[in-house]
Design a protein around this ligand. Sequence first.
Ligand code: NG6
Ligand code: CA
Length: 509
Amino acid sequence: MKTLIALLALALPAFSAEKPNIVVIMADDLGYGDLSCYGATTFETPNIDRLAASGQRFTSGYCSASTCTPTRVSLLTGTYAFRIKNSGIAPPNGPAIIRPGTVTLPSILKEAGYATAVIGKWHLGLGDEKPDWNGDLKPGPLEIGFDHCFLLPTTNDRVPQVYVEDHRVLNLDPADPLWVGNKNPSPELPTGKSHRSTLRMDWTHGHNGTIHNGISRIGFYTGGKEARFRDEDLADKWIEKSNEFIIANKDKPFFLFHASHDLHVPRMPHERFQGKSGTGLRGDAILELDWCVGEIMKTLDAQDLTENTLIVFCSDNGPVLDDGYADGAISELGDHKPAGIFTGGKYTVTEGGTRTPFITSWPGKIPAGTSEEIVCTIDLAASFAEMTGVSLPDDACRDSFPILPALLGQKGAKGRENLLQQDNGSQGKDSAFGLRSGDWKLIRHKGGWGTNDAKKHLKPTKKSNKPYTLYNLTEDPSEENDISGDNKDKTQEMIQLLNEILAAERTRP
Ligand code: NG6
Ligand code: CA
């Protein structure tokens, strides 16, 4: 009998399906060193610290790219962005990058019976060829598995400053249609170039198109006056909408993707956070982000959902200081180290670009502690499919590793063996790449290999004239000493692994 039970136990999958609520909170441009639970000392992030203390805090948690759009594409599709066409930073009038019919994190959870919503920044394109701003904005999130969305369509330094609810621009007056384009439609329309002295936050590069709320943006737009929001109110609105979604769905399993805009430029948090971090608006935006996390935790508590909710907190790329506006990010930085000890940040394939805060919490299920396992935002799709008992077709979620036990902080559980790190990926397979495998890190130096313009303030990435450099992250976490010359076999082995990943149809085991 005992043997029979033992055999049965072996035959069963490691997990019988479990369907906790899932909340993924993704910060924007948050670096490894930007939270007090990850070593920041200049200001405190008490709510995120509390979340980390309740669950697992990962020291090798990653997003899959060092800009927004490719990381989000990979989070939702479980596939490396370089395999997906046009998945670099999306322009204001970009079409939907993830095509209807694609198996996605939300479609998997919908199949498992979840109510699904995305609230916050989208930046993954809308529409077939371009967004139909005055009509139905589809395909979009609702065509790839979300039941509901409440969005900022691109990113707030790009036009237009309006909310999209499900398929429509919210509060759009048909008598005042919205027009969005790449060229100034009329010399009468004030821009960051023509009316620079009127701006309340000057631009440093790009960002000199249409002015809204005293801040000029990338691109141009007219109309939709009633629909426009104030930058300062974005976070509050998304908390209001997230709370509504949680409360409306508290009796079924739900999946909420809360995509914060903090601390992306233009950094303009609500007035109550301005001046509070002592490091300028960049730090103030981190305090706003921390407040948002606290509000979501509070709502879950008040609805008695905390014990049955798995929260993942992560970022979409590493930190940047001057990302186009003179907002004091450099002048008021002080001793704060946005990327911690890592080199580079947003736009780079060094660790600072993709190694970011990564926290999982599910009280009662996830023990409190710190994990050194390699986990990535790209793994949520396959891991949650495994958890909720949804089987994946072979060609779905091609690079998402089912590493649920590691995400849950189970003793001895292994994360990924290796991880490809891409920059914006605009050159597809020809881009610069990082490859981490165990303690080893290979960098392929190519084309768009960003150096992160805040060179003096984040550790600068060193351009190499060698095609590949190699580092040992245990001995040299800051990737300062290229040891490819002394480790020729290891370098060759890593180059081969990189080429295999690039050529493979999929890497999901
Ligand atoms: C860059 C913008 C930068 C930021 C980034 C996207 C310029 C000069 N730079 O092209 O300001 O918007 O795109 O950031 O315009 S992300 O986090 O959404 O990827
Ligand atoms: Ca970002």
